[in-house]
Design a protein. Structure first.
Length: 207
């Protein structure tokens, strides 16, 4: 009976393939374990760590918002996509042409076409108003040296085109931005060359 008990008890020693018992020496009679009980205890610890890891991953996934648009860096997730508002605190989409047209229509933008063969005034605002130019486009019947635009004949050019050629469409579309003259200053075009120049403008007269 005594011999059978000794066979079931393992004096813990370092042996090849048993890293669990590495470094354990001089155990007393109260500190002796069976090899099977040590392995069972180790397996329980491994399973416990696996369960904790699984819970951590699940919690992390649960905290991710359903939509990427709900993420706000440096803050808490929002319930909708953030937007842009205009000066009237109305939400707008600045990436669409429709929105730009709404902006300029609200400012009372008008369109005008003028044909000239010499330098001259394109449009003069009502007395006491300023002329706001949103867009200038022009074509010409022949090649010329240059064409430029300014407010009043003695003003400074804000647009100048060097050697424009017949058949081309020239100009700038500044919507919703603009260039603006002083009170009572008209839009003036300077032509250096011989041609008929057809000019189209988008403008508003403002206080």
């Amino acid at each position: 009976m005594e011999d059978k008990k000794k066979e079931d008890v393992l004096d813990v020693k370092k042996s090849e393939g048993d890293e669990l018992f590495d470094g354990v020496n001089d155990l007393s009679s109260t500190n002796v374990y069976t090899k099977e009980s040590v392995k069972v205890e180790d397996e329980k610890k491994r399973n416990f760590i696996k369960v904790l890891g699984g819970l951590g991953v699940g919690l992390g996934v649960a905290m991710i918002p359903d939509k990427a648009s709900a993420l706000v860096m440096g803050g808490t997730p929002g319930t909708s996509v953030m937007g842009v508002k205009n000066g009237s605190n109305t939400r707008i989409n600045p990436a669409t042409d429709e929105t730009l047209q709404n902006v300029i229509t609200g400012n009372g933008v008008s369109k005008k076409t003028v044909s000239i063969t010499n330098s001259g005034t394109i449009h003069t605002p009502v007395s006491g108003k300023k002329l706001r130019i949103y867009s200038i486009k022009f074509t010409l019947s022949a090649n010329i040296s240059d064409a430029s635009f300014r407010f009043t004949s003695g003003g400074v050019d804000f647009e100048k085109y060097i050697a424009p050629k017949t058949g081309g469409l020239y100009g700038a579309n500044n919507h919703p931005n603009y260039v603006e003259g002083a009170i009572d200053e008209g839009l003036y075009c300077i032509i250096n060359g011989t041609a008929t120049v057809q000019i189209n403008i988008d403008y508003a007269e403002v206080n």
